[in-house]
Design a protein. Structure first.
Length: 369
């Protein structure tokens, strides 16, 4: 596969606002309809990946027309002009696109580096596209190589330890504040991956009562079904704060989902019963002033990292090692593709040399009368 044939088009948390990502995001149940639409638009060898961090189209055999088509689809879905979308979009080709695919699969491009969900999400997107007949050999081979590299990154480096330690720290603080988590009620705001990870850790530690609210009701309902909780409308979220012992905010849309006034009103109703606020979003979802309120305990991901006692030097070293492994694997994949592409030419050249050698030898042989 020539490096120039791979492309990535879309938005992610590094390039686009949370509002734009929210408009482009799709639930898993929507994916078949989106895949059918991409096929109808004429895209081939393509994959649709939608998570809270990103909505991207990965193309295995991309030309200018395919890339323009992908941008047009995303702009239509977001309800924005294509030129406005391009200002917040990623548009990668060739080796840069391949490196991105490898890094996403290894969770090096996630908001929380090392989180375990993204590899499964990429595989699910790959499977759905393949079942629809949309994935060709070029993209498939790149994805298989990315999975192998991601597995090595998790097994040969300490990459996964950072995300795991954050969840453990959140559970530790929650237990220190509230004791038995079975007695607690939680409120999840938004559906970001890190918020989901923290919630899973809380449930494993005994948490049972849960409410979920998100700016889009369909996402709140899907998350509530996934975690066995109760779905709320976004308008109900402020009043629901008073019922929550734990509030996990994971929207990341660039404005405060919880203001100091909202938190103060909730705490007043609770009559000195504390609330553990976990801001699992980037940018922040909770007004930092909430941390100054009596009986409000606000931790962001950086605070939880410090609680986990995982040294910055160790985390950075793990990320550097993982990036080096990913770069090495991507380069090896490109070399292998180049060698396979060159094989027919080498075979033809070798045959030509053999024929020429035989011709010259024939001229040198003495003719027998």
């Amino acid at each position: 596969m020539p490096a120039s044939s791979l492309a990535v088009v879309g938005v992610n948390h590094r390039t686009a606002s949370g509002a734009l990502r929210e408009r482009l995001a799709a639930e898993e149940t929507e994916s078949p309809l989106i895949i059918a639409r991409l096929k109808l638009l004429g895209l081939r060898d393509a994959l649709w990946l939608s998570t809270c961090d990103r909505s991207e189209i990965w193309l295995g055999g991309a030309d200018d027309r395919a890339i323009l088509t992908a941008f047009g689809f995303l702009a239509e879905r977001a309800g924005t002009p294509a030129e406005d979308l391009e200002a917040e979009a990623v548009n990668l080709r060739g080796a840069a696109a391949l490196r991105h695919v490898f890094a996403v699969a290894a969770s090096l491009e996630s908001q929380i580096v090392g989180e375990p969900h993204i590899l499964g999400q990429v595989k699910a997107a790959h499977r759905q596209a393949a079942e629809a007949g949309l994935v060709g050999p070029r993209l498939d081979s790149a994805l298989q190589a990315a999975y192998a590299a991601a597995k090595r990154a998790r097994s040969e480096t300490a990459l996964a330890e950072g995300a795991t330690s954050i969840v453990a720290a959140a559970v530790q603080v929650a237990r220190g504040l509230h004791g038995d988590l079975q007695r607690c009620a939680a409120l999840l705001l938004g559906t970001g991956d890190m918020g989901a990870m923290v919630l899973e850790g809380m449930q494993a530690a005994g948490l049972e009562r849960l409410s979920v609210a998100a700016p889009h009701d369909r996402r709140a309902l899907a998350a509530a079904q996934r975690f066995g909780g109760r779905a709320l409308s976004w308008d109900e979220a402020p009043s629901a704060l008073a019922e929550a012992d734990l509030v996990i905010a994971a929207c990341g849309f660039g404005r405060c989902a919880v203001t100091a006034a909202m938190a103060a009103a909730a705490l007043k109703k609770r009559r000195r019963r504390p609330i553990f606020f976990i801001d699992a979003a980037a940018p922040a979802d909770i007004d930092p002033a909430v941390g100054g309120l009596e009986e409000a305990y606000l931790y962001d991901l950086g605070d939880l990292e410090r609680v986990a006692l995982a040294g910055r030097a160790g985390r950075d070293a793990a990320q550097r090692a993982a990036w080096a492994l990913i770069d090495e694997a991507a380069a090896a994949f490109l070399r292998d593709c180049a060698e396979r592409g060159a094989a027919p030419a080498v075979t033809a050249l070798r045959a030509r040399f053999v024929a020429e050698r035989q011709r010259v030898l024939g001229l040198m042989m003495p003719q027998v009368e």
